[in-house]
Design a protein around this ligand. Structure first.
Ligand SMILES: *[C@@H]1O[C@H](CO)[C@@H](O)[C@H](O)[C@H]1NC(C)=O
Length: 169
């Protein structure tokens, strides 16, 4: 039996579970929000941002590692990368293209902009019988996770710089 496609089907969800557990154990546990037993503790906005930035950096790092690993194992010579252009379901969300645009974006705490949601409908493609179609679906998902986690990481750092350091960083 060809075990490549089969084992992939079973191991990716496991990998994702492992990653989320790693996140919980490694970063969150080593950064207690409050002293243990504290009934009523307050965390400064700066501390919250510090934690969020560490986590988002870590999530982006893991996403990149997963993408690289998948690419190495399952995508060699398949030309998947050229098919990923504008292929993320999150591409339709309006986000700044670069640092300059992001810096000009207005931040208005408490004011909700017109909310735009983007629904992911890729589950059936992860379950396709055709191996290459299925592999590309996983490849694309990991590509998008890496791309989006990078954006989140960058915007969070920018926001921290703006709100905590008044743009002096
Ligand atoms: C992720 O972080 C580790 C440890 O800092 C580093 O060695 C590795 O190169 C990073 N991976 C990527 C893809 O940036």
């Amino acid at each position: 039996m060809d075990s490549k496609g089969l084992s992939l089907k079973g191991s990716l969800p496991l990998l994702l579970l492992l990653v989320s557990n790693l996140l919980l154990c490694k970063s969150v546990a080593s950064l207690p929000v409050c002293p243990s037993g504290a009934a009523n503790c307050q965390v400064s906005l700066r501390d919250l941002f510090d934690r969020a930035v560490i986590l988002s950096h870590y999530i982006h790092n893991l996403s990149s590692e997963m993408f690289n690993e998948f690419d190495k194992r399952y995508a060699q010579g398949k030309g998947f990368f050229t098919k990923t252009i504008n292929s993320c379901h999150t591409s339709s969300l309006p986000t700044p293209d670069d640092k300059e645009q992001a810096q000009q974006t207005k931040v208005q705490p408490g004011v909700k902009e017109n909310e735009v949601y983007s629904v992911w409908s890729g589950l059936p493609s992860l379950q396709m019988a055709d191996e290459d179609t299925r592999l590309f679906a996983f490849y694309n998902l990991l590509h998008c996770l890496r791309r989006d986690s990078n954006k989140i990481d960058n915007y969070l750092k920018l926001l921290k710089c703006r709100l905590i350091y008044n743009n002096n960083c």
